[in-house]
Structure formats: C-alpha cells, structure tokens
Design a protein. Structure first.
Length: 391
C-alpha cells in the first residue's frame, strides 16, 4: 500500500470481529497501512466526540475510509457507559461532513434464497445521507405551549397549539445542493452499474419538502441524464414511496432504489433481512467529490457481545464487515493503481462466499440455506479461520 486507509474502530461484538478480520484475513496477506481513529463510545466520550470529526477530515484527506459499527447512545447507554451526554450518531456526523449518498447492496450466495421468492437480482438501496430526522431539532412541549415555525425572526407558520396537553415537536431541514448531489450520485451510479433507478417520496402530502426532492431529481434527469440513460438502455422511474414499496415487493429485483434519509435507513434493513441477513448487506458512503467510506449495514450486535464477555461462544456473522474491508482495499488499489491490492479484495470476497456455499457458515444462515452441501454451523472465529484456509 502507498496511501493509508482511514480506519474507524467501533464498539462491542463488531469491534471483536474487526480485530479478528485484520489478524486472520488481512494482515497475513497485505502490508496494511491505516490512519487509525477509535470511534468506540468510551473514546468518543473522552474526546467530546471530536474524534469523529477528525476521522471525517481524514477521509476527506486520504479519500478512502473503512468503519466498524458503532453505538449511537440512548438514555440507557448514557447510564451504562457513564457518558457526559447523549452523543449524536457518528454515522450522521460522517455523512453530514462528507455530504454523501449511502449505497447498500446484499451479498448473494448460492443456497441462500431470499424470503421474497421473486427477488432474483440484487436490490441496491441508495440512501440520501444528509439532513432530515438525523439532523433535526426536537422539543418536549408543555401544556399551553404554542409551536410555530419561524424564518429569520419574521415569517411564522403555525405548527400546533398544545392547549389541551403536552406533546413533542420536531424541525428538520435539507438543502437543494445536497439533494442535487444525491440525485447526481444516484444517476451516475445507475449508469456505472447499468441498472434502472427508482425513486419515491410523499410529494402529495409534503407539498414543499418532499416535492422539492421530486422536482430536483426530475430537473437534473431531464437536463443531464435523459440521453445517457437512453444510450445505456436503463430508465429513471418516480412514484409515491408507498407505490414504490409495492412495486419492489412484486419485482424480481435488479434496480437501484433511491430513498430519502429515513426511508433508506428503514428499507435497507428490510431488503437486507429479506435477502437473508442484515449481516450480509454491504454499505458504502460516496461523497460528490469522490470520497468513500465503507462499513457494514448493521449494528454492534450487543447481545452477542455480552455473551462474549461471559466467555460464551457466539456465532456472529462477519460477512458485511469483511466486505467493508474488501470494498475499501479494492478502492484504495484502484485509486493508487495497485492491481494486486484490488485482486486480493476480489479473492477475499470469493473465499467468503465460497465458504458459505460449501456449507460452512455462522448459525444465523443455517435456517436460510437450501443448498446441497452438508451444513456446518461455526462460531465467529471458526468461520473466519475457514475463510482464511480458503485464501
């Protein structure tokens, strides 16, 4: 390696898997260079979350990052870890800093059939990774409060009068610049993958917020991408989000599904689970200026971590985390013109998939497996060691 990867360590069981993946699957084969940032919750607390901001700046500098799953603390976590405050999602901080789009795609294996029988091809979720509920401001209103939306201290729009009792109120935002970047990222990715692009919002209800997304996508497509899509023999299709969901469920797959931030968060988990397991979902954040941050699309697997701390055996699926590393290594190889590094990433992915297809897998995949190989349910480390043997 010439340039380092920006390595963002994380929390709980995925932090354990992270180290095993490096020790067994990467370091024996790659002269690994990383710029290391510890995004574990304790270190975020000790640094007042400045480490997350520093990690984002490092990704801007070096171009490629790889991130372990992290805890976004709720009230219970604040107590458990004795935190100074309830920190924001590190993913939200990184996405806001990079103004990127998250593309999530399932890892497909022979013998692991989707729960939706008609899904034959991958469904790639493109999640707008800026603003919306992840950067919102919230307030617990008391009885008698009157909520208004005020712009520049002058124009006020009534929201709700809490005269009859307390409640909650929330304000969120987005920018035309970020929406346009999202649209172009999706359309460029569709051209690169030669795959249809679908997008859905609720413009009939949200006649300004969601309608702005619809209008910007449509304007950019007509002005910049219509002819390119025709030449590539692919289409851009817009409909209401509920109609898009129904169409996706009836489809055979094979599209990029562009989603607003919250929709993408929810639908990516649904798609991943339906394809087999959330632990089999790849994720990459792509900024408009070509910076990349790879991660697994799942959380820190808390329940398994507590078992691990007790010395109990766990069978946590590491595939998405392995593919986060392979994605970052491949991109680093492409940018630095190191073919051997990109080739290694390809080989590690093939070794991972072939291990599962040969019947060796973590226990979450056993109920989903319908292949011909005799199945062996392995614990996490045994599975990683089996992949290493394939390498």
């Amino acid at each position: 390696m010439k340039m380092p990867l920006v390595e963002l360590d994380g929390d709980e069981m995925t932090r354990i898997l992270w180290q095993w993946i490096k020790d067994y699957l990467i370091k024996p084969f790659v002269n690994l260079k990383t710029e290391y940032y510890d995004l574990g919750l304790k270190n975020r607390d000790e640094t007042d979350d400045n480490v997350t901001v520093e990690a984002a700046e490092a990704i801007k500098k070096y171009g490629v990052g790889v991130k372990c799953a992290t805890i976004t603390p709720n009230a219970d976590r604040v107590t458990e870890y004795s935190l100074k405050r309830m920190y924001k999602s590190p993913n939200g901080t990184l996405r806001a800093a990079l103004d990127g789009t998250v593309f999530r795609s399932p890892v497909l294996c022979e013998g692991i059939k989707p729960l939706v029988p008609n899904w034959k091809k991958p469904i790639i979720i493109a999640r707008h990774a800026y603003g919306d509920i992840y950067s919102c401001k919230e307030y617990s209103a008391k009885k008698g409060d009157n909520a208004e939306l005020t712009i520049n201290g002058d124009n006020s729009i009534p929201v709700f009068d809490f005269e009859k009792g307390p409640g909650v109120v929330m304000g969120m935002f987005n920018t035309e610049k970020s929406i346009a970047s999202f649209a172009r990222s999706c359309m460029n990715y569709a051209l690169d993958k030669k795959t249809d692009l679908w997008f859905g919002a609720k413009d009939t209800i949200s006649k300004i917020y969601d309608h702005t997304f619809k209008d910007i996508f449509n304007e950019i497509f007509i002005k910049e991408y219509s002819e390119k899509f025709k030449k590539a023999n692919i289409e851009y299709f817009y409909s209401l989000i509920d109609d898009i969901v129904a169409r996706v469920m009836r489809s055979s797959g094979g599209m990029i599904w562009a989603c607003k931030n919250y929709d993408g968060d929810v639908m990516s988990d649904m798609v991943a689970t339906a394809f087999g397991s959330l632990a089999m979902m790849t994720s990459v954040l792509v900024s408009p200026d070509g910076k990349f941050e790879y991660e697994a699309a799942h959380g820190t697997v808390t329940r398994h971590y507590y078992k691990h701390l007790k010395g109990e055996e766990t069978s946590t699926n590491p595939v998405a985390t392995i593919f986060a590393w392979t994605g970052a290594l491949r991109k680093r190889g492409e940018l630095d013109k190191i073919k051997a590094l990109s080739d290694f990433a390809d080989k590690l992915e093939k070794a991972t998939v072939s291990t599962i297809e040969s019947g060796y897998m973590t226990k979450d995949l056993i109920p989903l497996y319908s292949g011909k190989a005799q199945v062996s349910g392995l614990n996490s480390l045994q599975f990683i060691e089996k992949i290493a043997q394939s390498l």
